[in-house]
Write a protein that binds this ligand. Structure first.
Ligand code: PMP
Length: 357
């Protein structure tokens, strides 16, 4: 469809066109059942099969060990900032790599303590800690929380931390973009609206032992306990049925392209081509340190805000949208999630190369 924009939004953002078309074809009459999925009971056999399929597809992508299960919750990744300390216990250790981890820390502190042995705030959040730095930190409490990809600053861990504590990962902006060994994690959570589907749904890859037994404070409301949802297969209350379906379709789309390793190769190729164009450009400069560059959100600046405004106008004349940096940091950002095709990245590279200021 040529009337569609070239979309570099940070999220919600581009979904695979094939998935949108599949949704369109089944929107009014879901898989021949005579009604829309949105008009169907979440207790129906048909929806029961949909949620199982979505869980199975995601489990298959991650080669999920038997110790873990997939859950679908609501309330955004932001609700997880609160649910993690409510359920896993007080005094967790957090690595502060920018806005979203800062918010997770602040939320933990509304309830109790959060230990923060590392922050890159003074440097403008240009990097994530490397393993040798982690090795020197004092870690304490029930878990180590890290943000795998920092959507606003454009930094990303290029490794899975090894730590003496179970890991909790906010994987909102690089979920299903590359293989991850889930086994060291008590919890991985991801708001779906970047790589995995529409907004309004959070996917969890959770250690069963952790989410099936509640060890927190008695005053934690039942709805805020993982155990409540885990006991009911994520259907204690009415789930986001539409979102669960679409996340499953997106996961299947990734599986059909060869799975997470193939996806990672595509993402790596897109990101390195774009970083190269930025590095070679006399007027542009990347934000993130080399060892921490995100394959999902490429953040950069021109020499002046006026040049950036000029670039945004030029982009929009070419049907290219979403390049404005987050309002808190300014600059420019191209979010190149799974569903952004190489052709879109190439169109951006051509635009940048032609930009003379
Ligand atoms: N964590 C990260 C890494 C994010 O990018 C975002 C959203 N941009 C959030 C958490 C917050 O997600 P939500 O809006 O779903 O609460």
């Amino acid at each position: 469809m040529s009337d569609r924009k070239i979309n570099f939004n940070a999220g919600p953002t581009a979904l695979p066109l094939a998935v949108l078309e599949q949704v369109q074809a089944n929107l009014v009459n879901f898989e021949g059942n005579g009604l829309s999925l949105m008009e169907m009971s979440h207790r129906s056999k048909v929806f029961g099969e949909v949620i199982e399929r979505s869980k199975e597809t995601l489990s298959g992508l991650y080669d999920l060990p038997d110790t873990h299960e997939v859950m679908f919750l609501q309330g955004g990744a932001s609700l997880q900032f609160a649910m993690v300390p409510m359920n896993l216990g007080d005094g967790g250790t957090y690595l502060d790599t920018g806005t979203w981890s800062t918010r997770a820390i602040a939320e933990a502190r509304t309830l109790g303590r959060a230990v923060v042995p590392w922050s890159d705030a003074e440097n403008g959040f240009r990097r994530v800690p490397q393993q040798d730095t982690l090795d020197e930190l004092e870690l304490s409490g029930p878990y180590l929380h890290y943000t795998t990809n920092n959507t606003i600053y454009g930094t990303q861990y290029q490794y899975i931390p090894k730590a003496s504590l179970p890991l909790v990962a906010d994987m909102s902006s690089d979920f299903i973009s590359r293989p991850v060994d889930v086994s060291g994690h008590d919890l991985i959570y991801a708001g779906a609206q970047k790589n995995a589907g529409p907004s309004g749904i959070v996917v969890l890859l959770a250690r069963k032992e952790v989410v099936h037994s509640f060890k927190g404070d008695d005053r934690v409301p039942k709805i805020m306990r993982y155990a409540t949802q885990a006991a009911k297969g994520s259907m204690y209350n009415t789930p986001n049925t539409f979102g669960i379906w679409v996340v499953g379709l997106v996961a299947q789309w990734v599986a059909d392209r060869g799975g997470l390793a193939a996806m990672a190769d595509e993402n790596e190729a897109k990101a390195s081509a774009l970083y190269q164009a930025i590095d070679e450009h006399p007027l542009l400069e990347g934000h993130a340190a080399d060892d921490s560059r995100s394959r999902m959100n490429v953040t950069f600046r021109a020499q002046t805000p006026a040049q950036e405004a000029q670039l945004l106008t030029l982009a929009s004349e070419h049907g290219i949208i979403g390049l404005k940096g987050h309002r808190s940091v300014g600059g420019l950002r191209a979010s190149i999630y799974n569903a952004v095709p190489r052709t879109s990245v190439d169109a951006l590279i051509t635009l940048l190369r032609g930009f003379k200021g």
